[in-house]
Design a protein around this ligand. Structure first.
Ligand SMILES: *[C@@H]1O[C@H](CO)[C@@H](O)[C@H](O)[C@H]1NC(C)=O
Ligand SMILES: *[C@@H]1O[C@H](CO)[C@@H](O)[C@H](O)[C@H]1NC(C)=O
Ligand SMILES: *[C@@H]1O[C@H](CO)[C@@H](O)[C@H](O)[C@H]1NC(C)=O
Ligand SMILES: *[C@@H]1O[C@H](CO)[C@@H](O)[C@H](O)[C@H]1NC(C)=O
Ligand SMILES: *[C@@H]1O[C@H](CO)[C@@H](O)[C@H](O)[C@H]1NC(C)=O
Ligand SMILES: *[C@@H]1O[C@H](CO)[C@@H](O)[C@H](O)[C@H]1NC(C)=O
Length: 426
């Protein structure tokens, strides 16, 4: 009783592990050894001699073969128990609609979840709707029960949260006596959804209604003394300016309540900072950290697949972000994917802790000024992938003097499109 050993065990027991999976993009009809030009989405390299390898073709901008997803799940099933899975959208492959249509999109989403449940029995799964999770992609009307009904059935949402998911694809769900998970449907915030651009549409109005609801949920959580995790898919890009402003004001007001913001969409591994706002811009001190999770897919751009684990304390404060990856080229060569720890954010980036203040310090004092820290960051964004690159991969960005460095730094520093654009110009 009270021996140092028992105390140590008690504090270890209260720590948590949270999975963050994003941009799975499973392609159920991936055919090994077929030409990558035959089925991959978008401006692929048209070259019939490019054969689809077992675990995926990063150079062909292909989606994720089931074999790659299965290998990630087998790895996760072998790891210590997790508290929950945050699954931040894009469950299917981008080109699926061209090949197979709406039913196939929804069937793939269901199959993806079923496999996850089988790998991690009893672990709660909370999701966010991605821009590819509809047919056709990017277009999300409101309400959209035909699509969201699947998520309401697949995710761990109950009562009001289930109803909210069914109607709008967003929810607030209590996880336990301390944590509430709030999932936003960013398809109603971003102009990637063409309906959001039309200010007379129901989808446009749904975004404003959701943000008003979000403010109410945060106020209620604060009043109860709960903490909150926020999930979304598109991290700020092409959001209506009014929404980015409201979002950052809420992150500022409820900085003590919101313990984490988890997003996806970009496939690359990085963080964006939310900041204190004045009337029209948000360029003050950091108020929050938006983890843009590394994708599980190997395409768009060419990269190694990844699984993220957050280590949390007993109060759901994120204490470290661990990234696991498999070398896709080696996996294809050996016929087996080996998942390894790529890095601990705390150790590799030499952070005091994972608070907004520490990330702000890292971005300003390391990323923006230290050539070697910048190079390391660029390599980590795509999990050290060094193989041949697809067209979607862009130019190599390997030095602080490259023009692309400004873009990366401004993106990390600011969440609003307008603040980001101003930063790039100046
Ligand atoms: C793909 O091609 C390789 C090499 O030609 C062969 O060894 C392998 O068995 C093929 N796999 C499938 C599933 O066709
Ligand atoms: C097709 O890909 C192969 C293998 O990478 C390469 O050797 C060949 O030059 C490519 N052909 C064209 C027309 O790009
Ligand atoms: C959910 O919606 C159904 C149908 O509209 C309604 O009967 C039910 O009371 C709602 N449940 C909750 C918890 O709001
Ligand atoms: C909707 O958009 C039109 C055209 O841009 C604009 O004239 C109008 O004021 C907008 N209405 C609202 C309510 O924002
Ligand atoms: C959690 O928060 C409570 C109340 O703020 C505090 O007393 C406790 O020490 C915290 N626990 C951990 C593990 O940080
Ligand atoms: C720059 O970053 C590297 C790691 O990439 C680190 O070893 C070094 O100490 C940093 N330099 C300064 C001045 O912080």
């Amino acid at each position: 009783m009270g021996s140092p050993r028992l105390l140590l065990l008690a504090s270890v027991a209260s720590a948590g592990r949270v999975y963050h999976l994003t941009d799975i993009h499973v392609d159920p009809i991936y055919v090994v050894n077929s030409s990558t030009a035959a089925y991959c989405n978008g401006p692929v390299i048209k070259n019939a001699s490019l054969q689809a390898p077992i675990f995926g073709a990063p150079v062909g901008d292909c989606a994720t073969p089931e074999a790659l997803y299965d290998s990630a799940l087998a790895f996760m099933a072998d790891q210590p128990a997790a508290d929950m899975v945050l699954f931040t959208g894009d469950f299917t492959q981008a080109g699926l609609q061209r090949e197979a249509g709406a039913d196939s999109v929804l069937d793939t989403i269901a199959a993806t979840h079923e496999k996850l449940r089988a790998a991690l029995p009893g672990v709660k799964v909370y999701g966010a709707v991605g821009n590819h999770d509809s047919y056709p992609g990017d277009v999300f009307d409101f309400p959209y029960e035909a699509g969201y009904g699947h998520f309401a059935a697949l995710w761990d949402v109950e009562g009001d949260a289930k109803n909210a998911t069914l109607r709008g694809g967003y929810f607030s769900q209590r996880h336990d006596d301390a944590l509430v998970v709030i999932s936003l449907n960013t398809n109603y915030l971003s102009m990637l959804n063409p309906l959001v651009k039309d200010n007379s549409s129901a989808a446009h109005r749904a975004g404003f209604d959701m943000m008003a609801w979000f403010g109410g949920e945060l106020a209620a959580a604060e009043q109860r003394g709960d903490v909150v995790y926020v999930l979304g898919h598109i991290p700020g890009e092409s959001w209506l300016p009014a929404h980015s402003l409201t979002y950052q004001r809420l992150m500022q007001r409820y900085a003590a309540t919101v313990k984490g913001q988890f997003y996806g969409h970009d496939h690359e591994d990085y963080v964006r900072l939310t900041r204190e706002c004045d009337d029209a811009t948000c360029t003050g001190s950091a108020t929050g950290v938006v983890f843009v999770g590394p994708s599980l897919t190997e395409g768009w751009p060419s990269e190694n697949p990844a699984v993220r684990v957050y280590v949390t304390d007993g109060n759901y404060t994120v204490e470290d972000a661990l990234t696991y990856t498999a070398d896709i080229l080696e996996a294809n060569e050996k016929g087996a994917a080996t998942w390894v720890l790529e890095y601990s954010a705390k150790d590799r980036l030499r952070l005091d802790d994972l608070s907004p203040r520490s990330w702000e310090k890292y971005v300003a004092l390391q990323l923006a000024t230290n050539e070697s820290a910048f190079d390391d960051h660029v390599a980590l964004r795509r999990r050290g992938y060094r193989g041949p690159r697809s067209r979607s991969s862009g130019d190599r960005c390997e030095a602080l003097t490259d023009p692309c460095a400004v873009d990366l730094l401004c993106k990390s520093n600011f969440f609003n499109d307008a603040d980001y654009a101003f930063c790039v110009k100046n």
